[in-house]
Design a protein around this ligand. Structure first.
Ligand SMILES: Cc1cc2nc3c(=O)[nH]c(=O)nc-3n(C[C@H](O)[C@H](O)[C@H](O)COP(=O)(O)OP(=O)(O)OC[C@H]3O[C@@H](n4cnc5c(N)ncnc54)[C@H](O)[C@@H]3O)c2cc1C
Length: 429
């Protein structure tokens, strides 16, 4: 008979909670330790795109009724992806021809971040809030996790799911680096019930992307809510008074403008000041089409935020132990491919499979963790590299590079077979 083991998951974000759901479903003993005290301790107001891969992995980890609620709480599917110049001329447009989403599980979905987290927390009894992990120690096959409040817990496996600034990673793989790219994004939310008729039509039914002269990139996406669902996805009492950043029931458009930080001329002390951020975004977009510039002042001022863009640096393989990592804790990436959460969810599903096989005695625990890590390093660091490349393509100072990319898009637009192949690629991602 295999020896039963207990899993300690540090971090109750998207990846850690998906793992906790998967382990619970399979009857493996696990507990989550999360530093936040409430749902609104951290910015989580925006949407997150869940790809077919992410959807499949969530389906594997969640009990069927929770997956069903997840499906129902997702916004209406974005049917179009369009690439524009800053003068709003279309370079390349996929209008409803991305993929026929015939699979009821493996589909593209637009989820509200806060709703997804509420849903991943649902029915988990063993989540401990207000537990900031500080360090671990190993005693033979046992691991002790110590928290900032002076308490500690003991278990057999420790999972780092504590996001980009992971303290577990800093102790476990001190040479693994996460670096600042020098790019920052200013983002805002426009509620559609009050402003829909003031937004240009081409921005209202999908995702719009601009790589502009002067090293600026704009991302615009619509989050259409299908209506509040009583059990989950509505604004719960815990969210009352938390402001519009956490508003979770009204449809909205979100935009994010990014550039090297010196382009915005912002001091770090100003990153929290909505009025300063609005002025910086307006100034940066001078000379752009009115329809794009309008997005800045139409945004609810309380939702304007600024985010530095960081990325992990791929790490060489390490020896597998009873400590492992998932999601941003090991492979944080720039948001320019919109896949970080999906990779974290995929990790969680694969790690669930590995730990369940060890729990059932089908695999040796360390071998199962080794195989999980080998696969993860391969697909996740590829995603890190691709996301960094996408950032450089969007935020580019190279006039020649921009010209080449615009010419390529125009060429693809008039070559249906190439366009169909690209649509397939975008659809599968
Ligand atoms: C602007 C932006 C847009 C994005 N859009 C998309 C998108 O559309 N699609 C997509 O797939 N990805 C997207 N991503 C990436 C995605 O958000 C992350 O990859 C994903 O959240 C990673 O999940 P995670 O569970 O690894 O980490 P997180 O979700 O960051 O969770 C980590 C958790 O650990 C907790 N924690 C941290 N330190 C400690 C500690 N010491 N002790 C205890 N707990 C701790 C944190 O409070 C948090 O709850 C985007 C990212 C950004 C910045």
């Amino acid at each position: 008979m295999p020896k039963p083991f207990h899993v300690m998951i540090i971090g109750g974000g998207i990846g850690g909670l998906t793992l906790a759901q998967g382990l619970k479903r399979a009857g493996v003993s696990a507990a989550v330790y999360e530093r936040d005290r409430t749902l609104t301790d951290r910015l989580q107001g925006y949407r997150v795109h869940i790809s077919p891969t992410g959807s499949r992995a969530l389906h594997e980890c969640l009990p069927p009724h929770l997956f069903d609620i997840f499906d129902r709480t997702c916004g209406a599917r974005n049917t179009a992806v369009r690439f524009f110049t800053e003068q709003m001329r279309v370079l390349l447009a996929f209008d409803g021809d991305l993929v026929a989403d015939t699979d009821p599980v493996a589909r593209h979905r637009a989820a509200s971040r806060i709703t997804l987290r509420q849903l991943l927390l649902a029915e988990l009894e063993n989540v401990h809030f207000g537990k900031t992990f500080e360090r671990y120690e190993e005693r033979g096959e046992r691991i002790i996790a110590h928290f900032a409040d002076g308490t500690s817990v003991e278990g057999d496996v420790l999972i780092a799911a504590d996001g980009g600034g992971s303290r577990v990673r800093r102790q476990f793989l001190p040479h693994a680096q996460r670096v600042d790219t020098g790019v920052v994004g200013i983002a805002g939310k426009i509620f559609l019930d009050t402003a829909r008729d003031r937004i240009a039509r081409p921005l209202l039914d999908g995702i719009s992307l601009v790589a502009a002269r002067g090293g600026l990139g704009l991302f615009v996406a619509i989050q259409e809510m299908s209506g509040p669902i009583a059990c989950l996805g509505g604004n719960e009492p815990a969210l009352a008074g938390a402001g519009n950043l956490y508003e979770n029931t009204r449809s909205y458009l979100m935009w994010a403008l990014s550039a090297k930080r010196e382009k915005f001329g912002l001091r770090e002390a100003e990153w929290e000041d909505g009025a300063v951020l609005t002025a910086a975004a307006e100034a940066a977009m001078e000379g752009w089409a009115r329809a794009f510039r309008d997005l800045v002042w139409l945004a609810d001022p309380t939702t304007i935020s600024c985010l530095p863009i960081r990325t992990s640096v791929p790490v060489a393989p390490w020896r597998a132990r009873r400590i492992t990592l998932l999601g941003d804790a090991i492979h944080s990436m720039t948001p320019y491919r919109g896949i970080g959460a999906n990779v974290a969810i995929k990790d969680a599903a694969r790690l669930t499979r590995a730990l369940v096989a060890a729990h059932r005695g089908e695999r040796h625990l360390i071998e199962a963790i080794h195989d999980y890590e080998a696969g993860m390093r391969d697909y996740a660091f590829r995603a890190v590299r691709n996301s960094l490349k996408a950032m450089h393509q969007t935020v580019t100072d190279s006039q020649l590079g921009l010209l080449f990319s615009r010419l390529s898009m125009r060429a693809i637009e008039v070559l249906p077979p190439v366009k169909r192949a690209m649509a397939r690629g975008l659809g599968e991602e």
